[in-house]
Design a protein around this ligand. Structure first.
Ligand code: HMG
Ligand code: MG
Length: 287
């Protein structure tokens, strides 16, 4: 039996949040419904964030109301604050994610808050989720490089990851938000984080801006990480990270894992259809 590596599908959220053309909710729903047939255990559907900050996610409630939920699939959403949590709960999200930064520059740009302020803001969100029995995932962004502050010290990543763990996050996803990580910097970052958190509670979230995401995944596999975030069609980016390109493509990660002898449990015919659908959504876009 080959060892399993899980791909957490990000396409509808991280893939589409950066699109300038407003994509109809019905198209997003169709994409999620197709992805629900692909064998994912977890799909990140949307974000309950300020529509002034991320207009593309303004239809979060409509998308969540329209999807056909498949038993056994967890439908995740991002929540930056209590207002977002209330939206997520009303929309019957299966789980939420809170998202912090390892650098002050990115924290300010993404959340309009210092790292400390953002962590304070997440405490009541995590508490409310715990009271409601809602699982909480945590993200740390810019884990190797920040577009504003330059290289990120690994100790800063470990500190923020530990704070999210202490709030009850069941898993911490480590984001190379602008895809500037290299196997050496990813390894040094993981070495620091692993002093705080075991590999079984970590995920790699690597953008493929420089075409090194698969190498960074290999460096993480060597450290024992077995969950990777990816987006069908390799779409996306982060509106508050200049130069951030898409998450590494799901189909690319799945092919790579299979070639390395890992099982991922995904139906590649469905993935290919979903990747084509995702790419069609951004036709006419200029980067
Ligand atoms: P702020 O402007 O400081 O917030 O933004 P505020 O509390 O002053 O509120 C401003 C307005 O937004 C108010 O409306 C609020 O009601 C509204 P107004 O009175 O002016 O009409 N508002 C909300 N509306 C809906 N849902 C909400 C919400 N909160 C406030 N939840 C805030 C602070 C955190 C809200 C803002 O900065 C924000 O929404 N940021 C999110 C940015 C974002 O979504 N970034 C992309 C996701 S992170 C990412 O992509 C990285 C990741 O992929 C990992 C990686 O790659 O590294 C996860
Ligand atoms: Mg991302």
């Amino acid at each position: 039996m080959s060892e399993t590596v899980e791909i957490f599908e990000m396409g509808p959220r991280d893939g589409l949040q950066n699109e300038k053309r407003l994509i109809p909710a019905s198209d997003k729903i169709a994409l999620v419904d197709l992805l629900s047939q692909a064998g994912f255990r977890r799909i990140e559907v949307t974000s309950f964030v300020s529509p002034r900050w991320v207009p593309q996610m303004a239809d979060a409630a409509q998308v969540m109301a329209g999807i056909a939920r498949v038993p056994g699939v967890s439908y995740a959403v991002l929540t930056p604050n209590m207002k977002g949590y209330q939206g997520a709960k009303a929309a019957r999200a299966s789980e939420i994610a809170i998202f912090a930064s390892a650098s002050e520059g990115f924290s300010k740009a993404n959340l309009n808050a210092t790292i400390a302020e953002s962590l304070e803001r997440f405490v009541p969100v995590a508490q409310a989720a715990r009271d409601d029995g809602m699982p909480v995932r945590g993200y740390v962004s810019v884990v190797t490089d920040c577009p504003f502050d330059g290289p990120t010290p690994p100790a800063n990543v470990a500190r923020v990851a530990a704070a999210l763990r202490d709030m009850g996050c069941y898993e911490i996803s480590l984001g190379d938000t602008i895809g500037q990580g290299r196997p050496e910097t990813i390894d040094a970052m993981l070495s620091a984080v692993l002093d705080e958190i075991p590999a079984t509670r970590l995920a790699g979230h690597y953008h493929d801006t420089s075409g090194r995401a698969l190498q960074n995944i290999d460096a993480s596999l060597a450290r024992g990480v077995r969950v990777f975030d990816a987006a069908v069609g390799g779409l996306g980016g982060c509106p508050y990270a200049p130069g951030a390109k898409g998450n590494v493509a799901t189909e690319k990660v799945a092919g790579h894992l299979a070639a390395r002898g890992f099982a991922h449990g995904l139906d590649m015919q469905v993935i290919d259809k979903a990747a084509a659908m995702a790419r069609a959504m951004r036709e006419g876009e200029d980067d």
